[in-house]
Design a protein around this ligand. Structure first.
Ligand SMILES: C[S@@+](CC[C@H](N)C(=O)[O-])C[C@H]1O[C@@H](n2cnc3c(N)ncnc32)[C@H](O)[C@@H]1O
Length: 498
């Protein structure tokens, strides 16, 4: 596929401050203490996640016995060349690379146009397309492999690989035109220091990815937006950050509402809670969809009014939650280090399996991590928590590490490490191995027909970071019904329903 650059700035290679520190034979903690800066801050600066101000640069230089300019130059070169961090991490790359849409949007296509910010694999916007009545016209993500997957599954979308901080609403509009809906979830380090919207201008220097999301809305003025994030946002700084974000959206003229949603309550075979903010410029009080599946779980956000919970609803009128085995039970057994590429049965056994196969004839990404002999020994002993292991077998880890998933419940939250047993519960309930990427994708409700592009490590992260498409579909359907019934038609606006 043809790609072209729409950004500036060349890239120089550098190991940054970390390389200088290593050359000075200093450990991270030693340098932090010599320079009198918090360890966490130093870690973030080294990884390109926090700004390096002049005072800190000077302190680091003195601690390493070098010139401040050497520290600044190394850091700038690092930001220009760093392999960007995964998932919720970020770093400045300099170039925005554009992948054109695989096929142009047919003339007169009346679907609502969706722009996906921080799109990753595009799980959220893919869910919108699946709802019908929406078409994704663009997506932006720091990482080229994410854009490769995104464009492979969004036929009419332009993909922009690069740092959102390097672009502006005007240049995005030039590439994708007007949009009706913006969706996306800025990575969470953007929680720090959001300013009131009225004090933001396009020319401001911002580290804060949430502010970039806000400015995209301000510049592109879609009728609707969906902002998704981790539940931690609800309690962060006593709820101040969430309030500031909601206020920023309201100040821009959006009618805003937010909820905490567990994907399992909507038929996703996984307990995955997220905070979702929906806003519109139509003055509509958004009506949140009601859960379709009964799931018994304890919310990370406690008992809040904003929790979309299936608990108060009569469990007899809801479907039972989709369990892990309902979701992956038709996949053939696979051993650690092996791959199986054909389905053992011609069709799925459960309703979920039949739907999720989505006509795929070849089984892809059903390959299991090759575990070491020591890890195999641990896996053979693994139970529902780390405490099930014989004493001394592992020396550290949270209680959910090295643990087996429960077959008869929705799975635990899938993380970006679900192929590694040392991370959050991800060992297959009956087989001696961690989940395969295909199993993870199923638990995230990606259909088997969805094309993942990249190395195994990249694809696992694309899967683990995504909004489950099925959750995107539920939100999209709610928006579609409320948009279609209440939207005042204005000139120049596209016809809305299909
Ligand atoms: C949680 S993931 C998005 C998942 C996506 N909504 C989905 O449903 O598949 C967040 C994404 O933000 C991207 N990202 C992080 N910093 C960025 C930046 N500065 N500019 C653009 N994208 C960034 C990451 O590469 C990551 O793919």
């Amino acid at each position: 596929m043809q790609s072209k650059n729409i950004g500036s700035a060349g890239r120089a290679s550098s190991g940054g401050i970390r390389a200088l520190r290593t050359a000075a034979k200093l450990k991270l903690g030693d340098l932090a203490s010599l320079a009198s800066i918090p360890l966490e801050q130093l870690k973030r600066i080294e990884r390109g996640l926090a700004e390096l101000d002049d005072v800190t640069a000077r302190a680091l230089a003195v601690a390493m016995g070098i010139e401040p300019s050497t520290v600044c130059d190394a850091h700038s070169a690092f930001l220009g060349s760093a392999t960007p961090g995964e998932g919720y991490t970020t770093s400045r790359r300099g170039n925005l690379e554009m992948t054109p849409a695989r096929s142009p949007l047919p003339k007169g296509d009346s679907r609502r146009k969706v722009l996906d910010l921080f799109c990753g694999a595009g799980g959220l916007s893919y869910g919108f397309e699946r709802a019908g009545g929406f078409v994704t016209v663009g997506g932006i993500d720091l990482l080229p492999d994410r854009i490769a997957t995104f464009t492979a599954n969004h036929e009419h979308a332009v993909g922009l690989a690069g740092d959102i901080c390097e672009t502006s609403p005007a240049s995005i509009r030039e590439v994708v035109g007007d949009v009706d809906v913006i969706v996306g979830g800025p990575p969470c380090q953007g929680f720090s220091s959001i300013r009131p919207f009225r004090t933001l201008t396009e020319s401001d220097r911002r580290n804060n990815l949430v502010e970039h999301y806000v400015l995209m809305l301000a510049g592109l003025q879609p009728r609707w937006f969906v902002f998704e994030n981790v539940v931690g946002l609800v309690t962060h700084e006593g709820g101040e950050k969430l309030r500031a974000i909601v206020d920023a959206f309201s100040e821009m003229g959006y009618t805003v509402s937010w909820r905490i949603i567990n994907a399992a309550s909507f038929g996703v075979p996984q307990n995955r809670e997220r905070v979702v903010i929906v806003g519109n410029r139509l003055g509509i009080d958004f009506e949140w969809p009601n859960p379709t599946h009964y799931v018994s779980y304890r919310s990370m956000a406690g008992r809040r009014r904003e929790l979309v919970s299936s608990m108060p609803l009569d469990s007899t009128v809801l479907k039972p939650a989709v369990t892990l085995i309902d979701a992956i039970g038709d996949l053939p057994p696979v051993e650690s280090g092996s791959e199986v590429s054909s389905y053992a049965r011609s069709s799925g056994k459960t309703e979920f399996q039949r739907i999720i196969r989505d006509g795929a004839s070849e089984l892809t990404w059903h390959r299991a991590t090759k575990h070491s002999d020591k890890m195999m020994e641990i896996i053979r002993h693994a139970g529902s928590s780390i405490n099930d292991l014989p004493p001394g077998m592992v020396t550290s880890g949270f209680s959910s590490c090295y643990s087996r998933l429960d077959a008869d419940r929705p799975s635990n939250t899938i993380t970006v490490n679900f192929v590694h047993p040392s991370s959050n519960r991800c060992i297959h309930p009956h087989q001696d191995r961690a989940l395969t990427p295909r199993e993870g994708a199923r638990l995230q409700s990606f259909p088997d027909s969805f094309a993942f592009v990249g190395t195994t490590a990249q694809v696992v992260k694309q899967i683990g970071n995504a909004v489950p498409p099925a959750l995107g579909t539920v939100i999209a359907e709610a928006i579609r019904s409320q948009d279609a019934t209440q939207m005042p038609r204005t000139s120049g606006q596209r016809a809305l329903s299909r």
